[in-house]
Design a protein around this ligand. Structure first.
Ligand SMILES: [Zn+2]
Length: 115
């Protein structure tokens, strides 16, 4: 009986060890994704800073920039500081990836968040 109990415990220990290894791999992957996101945020911050400084040099007021930010925020119908990209083309009705700026099927402009 002790033999069976020991065997089951060994199996459980082995299974938990595998789960621990998998968790460690996921943790490493998450850390890697986090670092990539952090780098993208830094790049976006620099780009925004450059744009704001150039606008300031061109005489665009903070109030006008703030009004534009609010207008863009409302493009998805909600003033929540977030942008919900279109999920379907308004011209042909096909589903559109959130990352696309043009419909894959008909070429219509979608997700007009950029330039
Ligand atoms: Zn389309």
């Amino acid at each position: 009986m002790t033999f069976l109990t020991d065997m089951f415990q060994d199996l459980r220990i082995g299974k938990n060890s595998i789960h621990g290894d998998q968790t460690q791999v996921r943790s490493f992957q998450n850390e890697s994704h986090l670092n990539a996101l952090s780098e993208k945020i830094d790049q976006l911050y620099i780009m925004n800073l450059a744009a704001l400084e150039l606008l300031n040099e061109l005489g665009v007021s903070r109030a006008k920039i703030q009004a534009k930010i609010e207008e863009i925020d409302l493009r998805d119908g909600k003033a929540d500081g977030k942008i919900a990209p279109q999920t379907e083309c308004q011209d042909c009705g096909h589903r559109v990836s959130k990352r696309r700026t043009h419909c894959f099927y008909c070429g219509a402009k979608v997700n007009q968040l950029g330039f």
